[in-house]
Design a protein around this ligand. Sequence first.
Ligand code: SF4
Length: 321
Amino acid sequence: MIKSPRLKLMGILGANVLGLRHLSIRVDPVMGCNLACRMCYFSNAERRKAMKGVMTSAEMSEMSRCLFPRALQVVVGCAAEPTLHPDYVALIRLAKRYCVPHISLVTNGQIITYEHLEQMVQAGLDELIVSMHGVTKPVYEYFMQKSSYEAFVQRLDWLEALKTKHHLKQPSLRINYTVNPDNLGDLEGFFDHFGKYDIHTLQLRPMFENDGIYHRQMDAGDEERYRALVERFKVIARERGMQLLANMSDVHYEQQSKDARVAEAVYCYVSPSTAGHWGGSWKGLSFGRYSNVSGRRKELWGAIISGRGGRVGNIGKSQIL
Ligand code: SF4
């Protein structure tokens, strides 16, 4: 309802100063991945070597105390695979303890154990987001190097079985599919292979350059096919009562957005090295002090004064269709 980005930013600054919920927090408790997807920096040997760090349980607990009471949303997993952390389920429990309204986990699903999945279902996880880059075994395993198609399918089966066992509707299932010219054809058969699952949301994201070993971007012909496919999926989504998210407006992630600063102002990324960036620690850190040492408040003021838009990468490029 509020059109002016400046007014939105002032509201966010107000929420920040008063300590109200306004953040969308993404937490990577560990900077590693069990896979090496071709479109991802984890397939790049140099980048992979540089990705390091694990949050201790004490850090997770102190970080949660500081940030989670200000969160509207906590997403566990962002730029790495959270289920490699031995205690990642604790983050779901912490988010629940601080009454975060929406809690998600983003994962490739490959190594989640049945026990951990059950613990998350029981802990109140709202949404399980699984990434896939192919709907058939050859394409899935080609793009998601080191993966097992069967392991992925098994986790989807477990999720359905656990929800039935505990008489729960949550966590809802969201599938994120990264589209490129060589897996676009595979996507055509998505509902033939995965239509039997109770999918709440399907997100289609054209690939953006991410320092991996695969670089082909969609050309005009691919883009036309992609758009036609999204139109077809829109009809299916309506019939199924499923939410479809797709980037249709800026397929090559080139446009500026007037709301980029607003997205940045609510976006809060936490990794094992976050506290090190400002030379501190989460221990005993108040939210006010965090906002100052991290430069959050200063950036907010700067954005309000400049009133300019900016680029926002791949965040917020998908529309609900
Ligand atoms: S895309 Fe996700 S699952 Fe694949 S290598 Fe990157 S972080 Fe891991």
